[in-house]
Structure formats: C-alpha cells, structure tokens
Design a binder for this molecule. Sequence first.
Ligand code: F3S
Length: 393
Amino acid sequence: MKRLQLTREEEEIFDGKQGEALSMAIRLLYSLGELGGADKLISIKSAHISGVSYKNVGEGGIQFLKKMFHKVSVPTSLNPLGFDIENGGPVTIDENFHKKQMEIVELYQKMGVMDSFTCTPYYYYNEPSFGDHISWAESSAIIYVNSLIGARTNRESGPSALASAIIGKTPNHGLHKDEGRKATVVVNVSEPLDYTKFAALGLYLGPKLNKSIPLVKGQEKAKGIELKAFSAALSATSSIPMFHVDRVTRESGLLADSPETIDVGKEEIEETIEKNSTKEEPELIAIGCPHLSSEELDYIAHLLNGKKKVGPDLFLFTSREVKANSSEAVRIIENFGGKVFSDTCMVVSPLSNKYNSTGTNSGKATFYLPLKGYGNQKVAFMGIMDLLKWVIA
Ligand code: F3S
C-alpha cells in the first residue's frame, strides 16, 4: 500500500523541529491518515472541537490539552460544556467542577478557539460552504454539514479535530473524496415524517446500518430542521458520517453500484417511538439537542405565548448567538416560565444532580440520557406538542 507522503515542511514538524505540540498534532494526523489509506495531508478551511465538558473529558482531558497546547491556525469552534457560563445552570454544580471546567475553557481561549460552545456552529459561528474540506468533531454536526451543506469532513474525534485545527490540515481519505461519499444502502420510507418521526427513523436505522451511508427515498418534502433531528439520532446510534435524501440533499446522486435496499414504514417508526418513551410525567422537559435554531425558538415561543405554566421544569438549549438574535422569542418563553440556556445542553451538563426523568423530542438525547455517566434518566421521547401538554395549563 502506498504510504502517506509528507512535504518537507510537514516532515520537519513531524520531527519536532517546530516544537512538541506541533509534532504531537501532526503525528496524530499521520497515524490516522495511514490507517485510513490517505495519500497526503490537505488544507482545511475550519475545525470544530468536541469533548469540552469536564463531565466527559475529566482530568485526563485537561492534561492532554496542556500537552497539545498551541494556537490554532484555522477558524475553530467549540462544542457545549457543563454549564451556562454567563447565567449559570441548568443544574447546580460543585466548586471543583466549575474550576476544572473553566480551566478547560481558558486553555481553548488561549489557543484562539471561538467562544461558540455549541453543537450547531453552522448557525452564525462557523458556516462551511459546499465542497470545503474541514475537520470537525461532534457527530451530529459532522453528519449535518456533510449531508445538508456538502462540506467534507471525516468523523473526527476531539483530539484529531484539535490536531487539524493546529496544523491546518487533515488526511485526504474517506469523506474528503467522492468515492467515500456514495450511498451504499437505499432506504425506502413510506410513512410521511415530521421532526420526531425523523428522529425515530435515525434511532431505528443507526444500529441496522452501522457504517453504511444511506440514501433515503420517499421524503422529498423534508425540511432542514427535520434533517437536523435525523442527523443527531442517526449519528448517535452508529458511526455513519453522512446521508443523502433523494431530491433534497445536494449530493444525492452519489450512489454505489448495487446498493442494498431497506423498507421502513409506519409500524417501524411507531414502535421506535413507543419503545423509547416512558408514559410517566417527567420532572423536566428538555428541548434543544442539537441546539435550537432561531426558527425553532420562534416556533416554541409562538406555542407558549400568553399561556400559563404548570408541571415540570421546561429547559431549552441553544447557542449564545442564536439566543441573542432571538431576544423576543426568549422573552416570551421566559415570561411563560421556561428557561433558555446557552453554552451547555441536557447531555453534557450533570443533569442527574437534580433530575431523574426527562421528556425530550431529541433522538440523540433519548439515546444518551438513560446511560450512566450521561444522565441516568428515565426518558419520555415524544413530539413537541405532546411534551408541551405537560407544561401548558
Ligand atoms: Fe448538542 Fe448536547 Fe445534543 S452537544 S447534539 S445538544 S448532546
């Protein structure tokens, strides 16, 4: 097999002539490139880093960041962390968690990474264009930008995205090439899908497809936010980095020869929703996994406007920029009695400090929240109208 070729300058970095952090970064990219069969490193336009919450990365994550400490060389955004830095919450945290989390944030700030703290950096902070080579971590964002925007990234981890951000390059293999972006399985979906049903389709398909890129047929009316729900659920339950939707996504013509076919109907979707939903009243309704867009916040504000709140707490999660640009929607939601948090989310904050059961319309949160170390929650997975019935008098 042909080995990955480094340029003379890259070799010097590899050999440590420009310092240990750069050498560590390029060695990591080199190893990944060799494993993936890359021929060379290619320049990237941006990076996005995950694994920011102290809850997820712990002390080991801090030590890794200190070793790899170096300024980033391309625009680089950052995933959510364990709490809302400016406003506090969503749950009380101890002093040590706060101190350690801020140590992580300050290390990233000194590296020149944006204060984005969101899994939807493609709204406002870091919006790639069609055909851009990028190096992103955060499975829900990777699959979204590959599929809906047509940018090109492999499924990077926090460390490999950081290495790419520092070097400004990524190994040329997988999703960076047309061949790696072809659908290998056709999924015929006969049931009309809304936001929650798209999330359910993701939960259903993830374990079945594992790594295969699907071409979804029968959903020509799919909207961006519905495909965002599908992106998050499908990528949480599999290693799939991309999907196509016939006549909707821009590269849906990329199809392998002799693809496998799967049929999905009403029964599979309804069973998936049923299986994932406890019927007990949850202690918390949590919406915004992935982080909400302005359009979604406006819609929720419209549903709550002028109504009286009862029952469980209502928490919404978004980014700072979306929140700042949706001030009227935020005002309506907070007047109603809900809370809108930025910088964090229901999965990466230590939710179990206060809650045992959560209702959500997110397939990804439905997958993660019951897990020990993520939330240990009983989950009620249902559509937004059903969720809001718990909180509207
Ligand atoms: Fe985003 Fe947190 Fe969900 S990072 S995709 S809101 S688990």
